[in-house]
Design a protein around this ligand. Structure first.
Ligand code: ATP
Ligand code: MG
Length: 287
């Protein structure tokens, strides 16, 4: 039931990098509507040929995204198969991945970051209502469709990207490398992703956003990352107490204690958004 796109209707442009078992290209998709030729900007996510066996998993991610529709979820047009090439065709999002955007050093206000956290919570709430687990929430998978005015705080707009290859298909090392975004219980049972796993990832992602896209635990090797979870450590708390508290609730090692989306949204809405007060309060967050 997923839309199959003719390989000949795809035009390939610049490479935008690599993902987990994938290569990402900018491109165009050709359509004929009303007897006219239309070119749509797209992203072509091609499965690395070394991981051919993951095609079903990537196909499932594409199918999931094309079946649900929400303003903060990325649109997937369909898939294309050509010989040994397997490709997911999705919406091109102008400002790209949020982690890169933040790391570029654009100065953004606290209310700008807060509005992104709220939009992500809104997308998660939608998924929770549909009982759909995403499984790969992180700032890299938040795509920035509109900048707003980052310094004045006028609203940005994000879209949550597809989850990609399922953790079930990954080796242990790839999963360990996803610490601290992957929920701790996934290490023991990658085939048992739950809505609670997404809550943990949400907490890690909010931490990442408020630390200007710096990956928590960046540069740590897999043993150090494994130890971090084995010793039940927490990320360094934000100086903004209410935010630190929300992140800690989401990143609770006991999945049963993580908050509902309803509660997450309520807490985000209750955060005071005066940039002056909050900027002052969060100054020493980065370690
Ligand atoms: P994963 O499943 O681990 O997320 P992936 O295949 O989705 O892997 P990413 O690492 O998420 O690959 O994406 C690679 C880069 O491609 C991103 O950093 C971003 O710059 C760019 N990119 C991905 N999707 C889009 C999109 N829809 N619009 C614009 N840029 C995108
Ligand atoms: Mg991605």
């Amino acid at each position: 039931q997923i839309h199959m796109i003719k390989f000949g209707d795809l035009n390939w442009g610049d490479s935008l990098g690599q993902g987990t078992f994938t290569r990402i290209f900018k491109g165009y998709k050709t359509d004929f509507r009303d007897g006219e030729k239309h070119m749509t900007e797209v992203i072509l996510k091609e499965l690395d040929s070394a991981y051919k066996n993951c095609w079903e998993s990537l196909f499932e991610a594409a199918s999931l995204m094309s079946q649900i529709s929400h303003k903060h979820l990325l649109h997937v047009y369909g898939v294309s198969v050509h010989g040994s090439q397997n490709i997911m065709v999705q919406e091109f999002v102008k400002y790209g991945a949020l982690d890169l955007y933040l790391k570029r050093g654009t100065s953004v206000s606290v209310s700008w970051k807060l509005s992104i956290a709220k939009q992500l919570a809104c997308a998660l709430n939608f998924l929770e209502e549909q009982n759909i687990v995403h499984g790969n929430i992180c700032a890299k998978n938040l795509l920035l469709a509109r900048e707003g005015d980052p310094s004045l705080g006028s609203s940005p707009f994000i879209k949550l990207s597809d989850p990609g290859i399922s953790v079930v298909m990954m080796g242990n090392d790839v999963i360990l490398d996803r610490i601290p975004w992957v929920a701790p219980e996934v290490l023991d049972a990658p085939d048992n992703l739950t809505l609670e796993c997404d809550k943990w990832s949400f907490g890690a992602t909010v931490w990442e956003i408020f630390n200007d896209g710096n990956s928590p635990l960046r540069g740590w090797n897999l043993d150090q990352k494994r130890n971090f979870y084995e010793n039940m450590h927490q990320l360094p708390p934000s100086q903004w107490t209410e935010l630190a508290d929300l992140i800690a609730q989401c990143m609770d090692y006991d999945a049963a204690f993580r908050p509902s989306c309803r509660s997450i949204i309520r807490q985000l809405n209750s955060l005071i958004t005066s940039d002056y007060v909050i900027l002052h309060a969060t100054e020493p967050v980065t370690q």
